[in-house]
Ligand binder design. Structure first.
Ligand code: TYD
Length: 354
């Protein structure tokens, strides 16, 4: 019999990619998904087409302890993969309360549910925390690498709440022996990413002939990974018992400045939609994000040593595939971008930035 999975945040960008790849790579896996499906970030159409008898979606909140306990009783998961989180730094600046609730209280609720449901019988079990390279804070320069032993130094409300959750995950391992693992992912790109994040924001605005807002000088640096590579890294961690109790950076070895990344997206768009070229003429420098971290840099060397993972999709390929996905899915795009709550947020945030 295959493993039984509970995946939180499965209707989001990375969570839905993970569920797809899990079902296709493990033909005997049973997957229960838990997601609030808020209609903005968590969306039913992100799970469209999965249609497997081995997958079941439960709509609900990870902070609802009663619902989570019932789900553990019904699904009897061996493996919990915890993606559900508020994840947009700008929104955490605009309103940090939701981040404390989902990222801290929600993780606590899941950890307690796992501890009580598994009741010390931890053989073959796993609680995997999907975290971010942002917990290590601003590394200043691209050669100041963080690894799993580096102390957390989060600087945004988003990163602070993820760090708090990660501390709890490690504490539950130390205190009760809960079999945990953690991954610190870098920035992702790929299909179904919500257009409040840089890559889809730029693609969709450029296609519409709208300006492309670059915060500050555009020299902040991020590492970019195709979401399929990220999902596969987590699957590789879960495939090996020796990863229990460990944490791993997930990402490529080189960073890219925001300005360069946006120019590379524009170059792909110039090739696909020559009528709008040069799309880079739409770039505008706008007021910087408060407390904007210059650079994140987390090494994936330990992950490569432990499970042999390395990224398979180069950045230019990832960008081209991502642009093509958005060009090929206008119905998804129009459903997502016509959401009134999201439109109001965009008007407020970017309106203020000039
Ligand atoms: P984002 O996709 O929000 O991810 P994160 O802040 O978690 O890394 O942003 C990626 C980078 O792009 C970050 O340095 C902020 C910058 N950025 C802009 O310059 N303009 C924008 O409109 C957005 C959304 C982000």
């Amino acid at each position: 019999m295959g493993r039984r999975y509970l995946v939180t945040g499965a209707a989001g960008f990375i969570g839905s990619t993970f569920v797809r790849r899990l079902l296709s790579q493990q033909p005997d896996a049973l997957v229960w998904s838990l997601d609030r499906v808020d209609g903005v970030i968590g969306r039913m159409d992100n799970l469209a087409g999965i249609g497997s008898e081995r997958h079941r979606l439960v709509r609900g909140d990870i902070c609802d302890a009663g619902l989570v306990a019932r789900l553990f009783a019904d699904a009897r998961p061996d493996v919990v993969v915890h993606f559900a989180a508020e994840s947009h730094v700008d929104r955490s600046i605009d309103g940090p309360g939701a981040f404390v609730r989902s990222n801290v209280q929600g993780t606590f609720t899941l950890l307690e549910a796992a501890r009580f449901a598994w009741h010390g019988d931890f053989a073959g079990r796993r609680f995997h925390q999907v975290s971010t390279d942002e917990v290590f804070g601003d590394r200043g320069s691209d050669d100041n690498v963080a690894d799993e032993g580096t102390a957390f130094a989060p600087r945004s409300p988003y990163a602070a709440t993820k760090a708090a959750a990660d501390h709890m995950v490690r504490a539950w391992h130390q205190t009760w022996g809960l079999p945990v693992s953690l991954t610190f992912g870098c920035n992702n790109l790929g299909p179904r990413q919500h257009p409040e994040k840089l890559v889809p924001l730029v693609i969709l605005r450029a296609l519409a002939g709208q300006t492309l807002p670059i915060y500050g000088d555009g020299l902040a640096m991020r590492r970019w990974l195709h979401v399929d590579d990220h999902a596969d890294a987590i699957l590789a961690v879960l495939a090996h018992d020796r990863t229990v109790g460990h944490a791993y950076g997930v990402g490529p070895t080189e960073g890219t400045t925001n300005l360069t990344l946006v120019q590379r997206i524009c170059a792909v768009l110039d090739a696909r939609r020559p009528a709008g070229a040069p799309h880079a003429a739409l770039i505008r420098h706008v007021a910087d994000r408060p407390g904007h971290d210059r650079c994140y840099h987390t090494s994936a060397a330990a992950l490569q040593d432990a499970v042999g993972w390395r990224p398979r999709i180069a950045l230019d390929d990832a960008l081209a595939r991502t642009v093509d996905w958005y060009l090929d899915h206008p119905a998804w795009v129009s459903r997502v971008t016509s959401n009134d709550a999201w439109k109001a947020w965009m008007a407020r945030w970017y309106g203020d930035r000039g």
